[in-house]
Write a protein that binds this ligand. Structure first.
Ligand code: PKZ
Length: 142
């Protein structure tokens, strides 16, 4: 998605997303799944301070306002707390450039539970991680 991330003071991470035309859902607006992916990325990135791999266990998005194509979204994400392997995160999105830009208005929010995992979690994928997965028909399955 080519998001740009910066690590601020404390535990907050800021991600920027250009809402490109290819991210369209309904006519003129971002697809909800794209916005969900952006939150997943931002909140996953916020977990990097733990210096352990994490995966998303649960993600809950509140779509508060439509987000137009051509805008620039700022997502601020952070860790709210940890319990054992559970990492509780949250994030908000604001339109900071382009159509409907207003840095005081939160257009979407997210709460996510991430789980720290060991290397064995990804070991199971080692046979198909080297390159694009291929179907039995020899074509990309992505
Ligand atoms: C060195 C640094 C590396 C950095 C590296 C670079 C990173 C650069 C950032 C990139 C950012 C990308 C961010 C995208 C990240 C994905 O998109 S990951 C892909 C999507 N997610 C997945 O594929 C996960 C699939 N699910 C699973 O593999 C397993 O269900 C999980 C999540 C690992 C959990 O399984 P498990 O390890 O067996 O966990 P389990 O022991 O059952 O439960 C542990 C605890 O979590 C709770 N729990 C587990 N699942 C859930 C759930 N879904 N809901 C609520 N509670 C749950 C349990 O109740 C339990 O709670 P406690 O008993 O401790 O109170």
């Amino acid at each position: 998605m080519a998001m740009q991330f910066t690590f601020g003071e404390g535990l907050e991470v800021t991600g920027m997303l250009d809402v490109a035309n290819r991210y369209q859902g309904g006519p003129g607006f971002i697809h909800g799944g794209i916005l969900t992916t952006a939150f997943d990325e931002a909140q996953g990135m916020a977990c990097m301070v733990l210096r352990r791999p994490v995966v998303t266990g649960h993600l809950q998005i509140d779509f508060a306002a439509p987000i137009p194509l051509g805008s620039v979204l700022e997502l601020r994400a952070r860790i709210d707390g940890t319990v054992r392997r559970k990492v509780y995160t949250s994030a908000e999105a604001r339109i900071v450039e382009g159509p409907f830009a207003d840095p005081d208005v939160v257009v979407a929010t997210s709460r996510g539970l991430f789980l720290t995992v060991g290397a064995e979690h990804f070991d199971r994928a080692k046979d198909f991680v080297d390159g694009v997965p291929v179907s039995p028909h020899g074509t990309s399955s992505v």
